[in-house]
Design a binder for this molecule. Structure first.
Ligand code: AKG
Ligand code: FE2
Length: 250
């Protein structure tokens, strides 16, 4: 998206961009409180709420493509994909494009595109501990699993932006994250093994805050929110084309 823009307008200045990149490189994640300006945060929030109220959001799934599941014990939120249909979305996506180029220049990640959705967590909403991408073990993976494996693996850097106009301690809804995913005996990440491990960070979804995480290696969860929690979650992806066909799971 927006690859043709000559110089996309960044969301924030060079210093903040550099410190986000340094954090991502050193720890696998980075947090910039108040990264988005109030005007853009407010415009995106207003749009997320209109979409939510007019029913244009749908229950968030877990997984992608044929592997999507609606499991309310894992995730309770409503989402609507960004498509650049408003000035606020265009501004945000242009900023994400500027960030994509900076990430590629600094870290040689070969990020190809960005996809993002609004996520409105109603009171009681949460998202259980997960990775945004993971590589399934090759052994025993059938043809069906192949699609999921390729699609999931194409997410490299996750981005979260918080859109609430204020957030109080008692509202919960913190993003907890860990810096390492322990492997289970089946060579899959074992999220339950982190039950007794103190998170590396617990981030309140305060207005304009921005978080970057390596999608494959940073386990994270959204704790139950006791007020409507409005955010954008997005992913920078590598080109997952196989045999000349673009990734069909879009
Ligand atoms: O909203 C957040 O803090 C994180 C959301 C998330 O983990 C996701 O959508 O994958
Ligand atoms: Fe996530």
């Amino acid at each position: 998206m927006h690859q043709s823009l000559a110089t996309p307008r960044p969301l924030f200045g060079d210093n903040l961009t550099a410190s986000l990149i340094a954090g991502l490189e050193a720890h696998g994640w980075a947090h910039a409180p108040g990264a988005l300006d109030d005007e853009l945060t407010a415009a995106l929030r207003a749009e997320a709420l209109v979409l939510d109220e007019t029913g244009e959001t749908h229950a968030g799934a877990v997984g992608r493509g044929r592997h999507e599941q609606h499991d309310r014990s894992i995730r309770r939120t409503r989402i609507a994909w960004l498509d650049g249909a408003s000035p606020a979305q265009t501004r945000f996506l242009e900023g994400a494009e500027a960030l994509r180029r900076s990430l590629n220049r600094a870290l040689y990640l070969g990020l190809f595109e960005f996809e993002a959705h609004y996520a409105v967590y109603p009171p009681g909403g949460f998202y259980a501990r997960h990775l945004d991408a993971f590589t399934l073990p090759a052994a025993g993976a059938g043809a069906g699993a192949g699609l999921g494996r390729r699609a999931e693996r194409s997410r490299v850097v996750s981005l979260v932006a918080y859109l609430n106009d204020h957030w109080e301690e008692g509202h919960g809804g913190r993003l907890a994250l860990w810096e390492r995913a322990p492997m289970g005996a089946d060579a899959r990440p074992d999220m339950a093994a982190l039950d007794d491990v103190t998170p590396a960070a617990e981030i309140a979804p305060a207005p304009g805050g921005l978080v970057l995480m390596l999608s494959e290696s940073i386990p994270h969860e959204v704790r139950p929110a006791f007020a409507p929690r409005i955010a954008i979650a997005g992913w920078f992806r590598v080109n997952a084309s196989v045999g000349g066909a673009l990734d069909p799971a879009r």
